[in-house]
Design a protein around this ligand. Structure first.
Ligand SMILES: NC(=O)c1ccc[n+]([C@@H]2O[C@H](COP(=O)([O-])OP(=O)(O)OC[C@H]3O[C@@H](n4cnc5c(N)ncnc54)[C@H](O)[C@@H]3O)[C@@H](O)[C@H]2O)c1
Length: 397
């Protein structure tokens, strides 16, 4: 079957879809990013990344010039490609419920533009069993479309490098679909790991959950040390120095962002909400801003103070504020302090932020919300609460 192009990425202007689309285009595949977000589509077609991702801007310009890549919000583009990769968002709702129908519903909506002979790749992080549901949507439609599930494991900020350096987990129910997944992802790496769809679904959720639990363990050890009047960073240094068995112990910090928390909650829901470690991790990680404020209150009368939150992104060197715990910290502080100022010069989509200079000038106390490198060297005269220890002043509060 001849197709005009190689790949269409559905959700192709998002944090995962766009890096994948332009890296595949840089490997000489003909790629189109299909996305409902018209503003992002226009921005991408004009050569401007809608968000910050190191190395992506240059690559985007390159693949636009070579005409290997374009973006569109017209779903008809989907019919022209051999491989259709779905990377739409899969959030949990405000009650922490995942929506197993989110991806199947989008596939159902696009059935009229899917054509016989295509290969449909699921790449979103999904609730276990979703690949089976999508296979059913396809078989009920009578279309002859192969289905595979090949989860994305990049971290934002490292996407361009990691797309070709990480192994790719690929899975499909039929040999035909698996061969096509191998051919497609073989453009990124020779390091392919083939498993069943159910194994791949769990592999992706376990990857993020594992990380979330590790951060929670470190955060709880931090609170134990801190309540005992001991600086956790000194303890961690003692543990990890020249001692490989504990070398991966993370420091304290906000474990936030659009993936780790929601994927731990997807797994909890999948396991009938019987996931003690996952739920405990949520309480520890999501509770850290509350813990910090309660400790700060022991030393400061916040009601008379202007408190600055420096860094609003969910992690260092990022412009992404999705599910950032800095916003939870801001909300708690607003109850307690006379005034709260927030700043982050990397963040572009929050009009309430003041400049970093203004925040540093006007605040009586500053809490580091995201450990951007610049905050480790900027001169600050007022006291700074820095549980990340980027300023090397210790983490005891
Ligand atoms: N962000 C990460 O670091 C990361 C890493 C690995 C995996 N993931 C997973 O990848 C998936 C996407 O995450 P993201 O961070 O890129 O989300 P995102 O919100 O940045 O991107 C999703 C894109 O899909 C578009 N979209 C939504 N519905 C659509 C539809 N029906 N048709 C076409 N486009 C549509 C949106 O406009 C958006 O541009 C999620 O399942 C997430 O868990 C994310």
């Amino acid at each position: 079957m001849g197709f005009k192009s190689d790949v269409v990425v559905v959700g192709g202007c998002g944090h995962v879809g766009l890096p994948l689309a332009i890296v595949l285009a840089s490997k000489s595949l003909q790629v189109c990013a299909f996305d409902l977000n018209n503003t992002a589509v226009t921005s991408v077609n004009s050569g401007k990344m809608p968000f910050d991702e190191p190395g992506a801007s240059e690559l985007l310009k390159q693949v636009l010039i070579s005409k290997k890549f374009s973006a569109s919000s017209d779903k008809k583009v989907i019919s022209s490609a051999e491989h259709v990769i779905f990377v739409i968002g899969t959030p949990v709702d405000e009650h922490l419920n995942p929506d197993p129908d989110a991806v199947p519903n989008v596939v159902r909506d696009l059935l009229d533009v899917l054509v016989d002979g295509q290969h449909l790749v699921l790449r979103s992080t999904v609730y276990p069993g979703v690949t089976r549901l999508v296979e059913r949507v396809i078989s009920d439609s009578g279309k002859r479309v192969d289905v595979s599930f090949c989860p994305e494991r990049i971290a934002e900020g490292k996407a361009i490098e990691e797309l070709t350096s990480l192994p790719q987990i690929i899975s499909a129910r039929t040999t035909g679909a698996l061969t096509r997944a191998k051919d497609l992802f073989g453009n990124l790496t020779d390091n392919l790991i083939s498993v069943s769809p159910e194994e791949a679904e769990l592999a992706k959720l376990f990857t993020n959950t594992w990380r979330y639990i590790k951060f929670a363990a470190a955060n709880q050890l931090y609170t134990i040390a801190n309540d005992f009047g001991v600086d956790f960073e000194r303890v961690r240094n003692a543990i990890t120095k020249d001692y490989p068995r504990a070398a991966d112990m993370p420091g304290a910090g906000f474990a936030a962002g659009p993936c780790l928390f929601k994927d731990t909650m997807q797994l909890a829901a999948f396991n009938n909400n019987n996931f003690t470690l996952g739920h405990s991790s949520m309480m520890i990680n999501e509770g850290l801003p509350l813990y910090l404020v309660s400790r700060i209150e022991k030393n400061y009368d916040l009601s008379k103070m202007t408190v600055g939150v420096l860094g609003m992104a969910f992690k260092a060197e990022s412009d992404d504020i999705r599910s950032s715990l800095s916003y939870k910290l801001k909300r708690i502080l607003k109850f307690k302090a006379n005034l709260v100022l927030c700043a982050d010069s990397l963040v572009n989509d929050d009009d309430s932020l003041v400049s970093e200079d203004e925040l540093i000038e006007r605040s009586d106390l500053i809490v580091i919300g995201a450990p951007h490198y610049r905050y480790s060297i900027v001169s600050i005269k007022t006291p700074v609460i820095d549980i990340w220890n980027i300023r090397k002043q210790g983490v005891l509060i």
